[in-house]
Design a protein around this ligand. Structure first.
Ligand code: SAM
Length: 191
């Protein structure tokens, strides 16, 4: 995270605290946790709510090709910044709940989804739409990584069950503002 990203991020949070969900961009420790299972062999990666790009930079450090990144963000200011910072990535200005309506690649080839979305401020119908859309693009064996500032997986068990998904705790770091945890969500039949 660049210190220069803190003021614009904080201003975005003041304007829209529910959707921005954090007062500062994620730090390096939680970015490492979010991306620890991802490498060059993962192939295309879909990132939801990239903001100023904390996880995006971490994905590139892991060896993901910039042209293999699709970044889904609905803040116009962040979209412009992301296009400048990651000119070879596919930056989509859209609501992540509409993921199921778009075609990203010919087939489900995405190896991982990395989500910085504020799931705790969303309704179960929004969780269900985002997860159903994401898993439409994820290839078999692919996983969805979700950050949270709360004490448990932010997706209700009922939504996971309805979509035949299961979550597992990846790790937690206190070295973030606020302290954060990461969960991995996978298809039940692939555990
Ligand atoms: C907590 S911030 C995380 C930013 C960045 N990933 C990080 O960790 O520093 C949440 C981001 O998700 C975006 N966002 C929130 N709801 C969204 C939605 N429904 N569709 C797309 N982006 C959304 C916000 O604009 C913001 O950039």
């Amino acid at each position: 995270m660049s210190l220069a990203d803190i003021p614009p991020f904080f201003l975005a949070w003041l304007r829209n605290p529910r959707s921005i969900a954090a007062v500062a961009p994620s730090g390096a420790r939680v970015a490492d946790l979010m991306t620890q299972d991802i490498n060059a062999a993962t192939g295309p990666v879909l990132e939801l709510g990239p903001g100023t790009g904390s996880f995006t930079y971490s994905l590139l450090r892991r060896g993901v090709r910039e042209s293999d990144l699709t970044l889904v963000e609905f803040s116009a200011d962040f979209v412009e910044l992301l296009k400048k910072r990651f000119p070879r990535a596919h930056v989509l200005k859209m609501d992540a709940t509409r993921l199921g309506d778009i075609a990203l690649f010919d087939r489900a080839t995405t190896g991982a989804v990395v989500s910085g979305l504020g799931f705790r401020a969303m309704q179960p119908q929004q969780h269900a739409a985002i997860l159903a859309g994401a898993f439409k693009h994820l290839r078999p064996g692919g996983a969805f990584y979700q950050i949270t500032y709360g004490p448990r997986c932010p997706v209700p068990t009922s939504v996971l069950g309805q979509l035949k998904l299961v979550s597992a705790f990846v790790g937690r770091t206190l070295w973030n503002v606020p302290p954060a945890s990461v969960y991995r969500i996978e298809r039940c039949n692939e555990r």
